[in-house]
Design a protein around this ligand. Sequence first.
Ligand code: GAL
Length: 672
Amino acid sequence: MAQRLRLGGIAYGGDYNPEQWPEEVWAEDVALMRQAGVNLVSLGIFSWARLEPRPGEFDFGWLDRVIDGLHAGGIAVDLATPTAAPPAWFQRAHPDDRPVTADGRVLGYGARQTYCPSSPAYAEACARITRELAARYAGHPAVVLWHIHNEYGCHVARCYCERSAAAFQEWLTDRYKTVDALNEAWGTSFWGQRYGSFEEVDAPRAAPSAVNPTQQLDFRRFSSDALLARYRAERDIVRAADPDVPITTNFMAGLTDNLDLWAWAREVDVVATDHYTSAERADNQIGLALSADLTRSLAGGAPWLLMEHSTSAVNWQQRNIAKRPGEMARNSLAHVARGADGVMFFQWRASRAGAEKYHSAMVPHAGTDTRIWREVVDLGTRLQQLAPVCGSRVRAEAAIVWDWESLWALDLEYRPSVELSFRERIDAYYERLWRAGVTVDFVHPTADLSGYRLVVAPSMYVTPTAWAEQLRSWVRSGGTLLTSYFTGIVDENDAVHLGGYPGALRDVLGVRSEEFLPLRKDERTKLVAPPRLDGAAAAPGTAGRWAEDLTLTGASAVLQHADGPVAGRPAVTRHAYGEGTAWYVATAPDPGTLDAVLRAALADAGVRTPSGLPDGVERVRRVAEDGRGWEFVINHADTEVAVPAPGGGHVTVPGGAVEVLDIASNIAGGAV
Ligand code: GAL
C-alpha cells in the first residue's frame, strides 16, 4: 500500500479541514505537520459548499493554494469528493429528495449526509462536482489517493421515500425476474401478502405488525447496493480522469453494520477504515483488534489504511473519556500490528465551532504545549522507524465466519429469543480467541477455507445449501469446524431448512434438534461432562440464553445441561466427520467454559496457542515476503510484564507500552 501511495513508509496524518481556519493558519499547519512527521492528509471531505457555492459555479482557488502549500511541504494528499455534505442550495432546490425514515419522517438539513441514495438529482449533482474536482486535480503530484465521499451508510443507511421504493422494485425485478419468483422467495402466501406485480411492492415502512422478514432482508441488501452504486459512479468518474491514482472510501468495519463490506471491498483499490474505541469499555482493545482483523480480512490480507481514529476523546459518546497517556500510541500500533500501513486521525486541528468542537485532534485547542501534541510528535517518529514493516502481512490459522446477511436477518423481529444476536456471539468467541493469543481472520461463508485449520461460525443463521456443502466438504477433507447455536437454520430467503435443526448442517455436526428451548432472561443452567466422558477436556461450568432439544445422531456430547428444564440434554457436541471434526455449541457457556471448549477445538485443529501470555498482553506477528518479520507485543496492563522473546529468553514490556521485536534478529525496538 505504501508503494501504491508513493509514501515510502507508514502513512501518518489525518482529516485536514483548512477551510475552518483563516489562511494565515495554513502555513503554520504545514510546518507543524512536518514537525510531527505527517506525510498524508485527507482533504475536502465536507467542502462541497465552498467548492461549488452556487449550482454550477466553482471556486477551486483556495483548494489550489492549500494543496500547493502541502505539496511544497512534502505532504501528500488523499483528496475527497465532498458528496457527504450536499450544500444548502441543493436542499432548497430539491426538497423532495431528502431521506425519509421507515415511519415517514422527512429528514432536514443543517447536519451532514442529508441525501437519498436513489435520488437522480443528487446523483447528477455528485457527478458534476466529482467531474470538476477530478479534472482539476488529476495528475497533481500531491494527490496520491482519492477518497470517495465519507462513511457511506453512517447516518442514513436506508431511505424509505417513493423514489427509493421505486428503485427497490427495480432491484427486485433484477433479482427475481418474475413476481411469482418473488412471491415464492418471500413466502407471501403467509398473511395474504401475494403480489400481482413488482409495482405493488413497497419499501418495508413501519406497519401495524412485523413486515415480511424476507422483504426486510432484501431491503437491507438493496440499500447497501444503492449506496454502492453511488460510490461506483463517483469512483468511475475519478478513475477515468486519473487512472493511475488509487481510490478508496472509508469503511466503519465492525462499528456500523449497514453495508455488506465483502461486496464493497471488491470495489476499492485500498481498503480503509475508521475506528473509534468505546471509552466506557475497559477492554476496548479487543473491539479494536476485531475491527482491525475484519478490515485486514476485507483487504484479502493485504495492508490497509486506518483512515480515522482519535488522539483522545470523541464528542459523540455518552461520556467522552480522554485517552490516558500512551493510549493513543498503543491503539495506533495495535492497528499496525494487525496489518495497517497507515495511521490517520479525525482530525488535524480541533475545530473552534460546529458540532464536533469537543472532539480531540492532533493539534488540540490548547495548542502545541500539550501532552497530546507531544505524543503526536513521538508517534510520528515511532512510525517512521517502523517503515520496514510496510507491506508485510499477518497470517492466521483460524478464521471466524462473518456474514452481514446473517447479522441483518437475526436483527429482525419475531425470532425465538431477543437474545439471538450475530454480533453478540461473534464478540463472545472473538474475545476468547483474543485472550488465548490466537490471531484470526474473518471470512465470508463462501471463502476458500483451505488455508485454515479451524473455522468458527457463531450464529451463521443464513446458510444456503451451497454454502453448507462447501463447509461440509472442507470438514470432510480434514478441517475443524466449530459452530454455535442458530447456525445453518435458513436459506438465503430466510426460509427454514426442514427435517430438524440445524437443517443445513445436521449431518456434518452429527446432531438433530426438534425444538428450540431458549432460556429465560438471566436463567442459567449447570453444564457437566456426561458420565461416560467424565474427565474430558472441557471443565464443568454454566450456560445461559439458549438450549435445544438436541439428540445425538453421530456426535458425542462433551458437555450437557445438568439442571433446569433442559437437564440431561447435550449442550456441546463433537463429531468426527470424514478426515475432520465438527463441534456444536448449542448454548452460551460462561467465558471459562467457552475457553475450554475452544482450546479443545484448537487442539483438534492443531492450532498452537502461545504459552506464558500474561493477562492483557497482545502479541501479533507481521511477516514480509523476504522472510523478515516483526512481533508486536502490546501491554494493555498498567504494570510491567516479561514475555518470552521469539529467539529465547524474555523481553520486558513496561505497563501500557508496545515493543516491536524483530523476529529474525530479535532486536527489541523502543518502548512507547
Ligand atoms: C467519523 C467521521 C468524521 C468525524 C468522526 C468523529 O465517523 O467520518 O467526519 O465525524 O467520526 O469521531
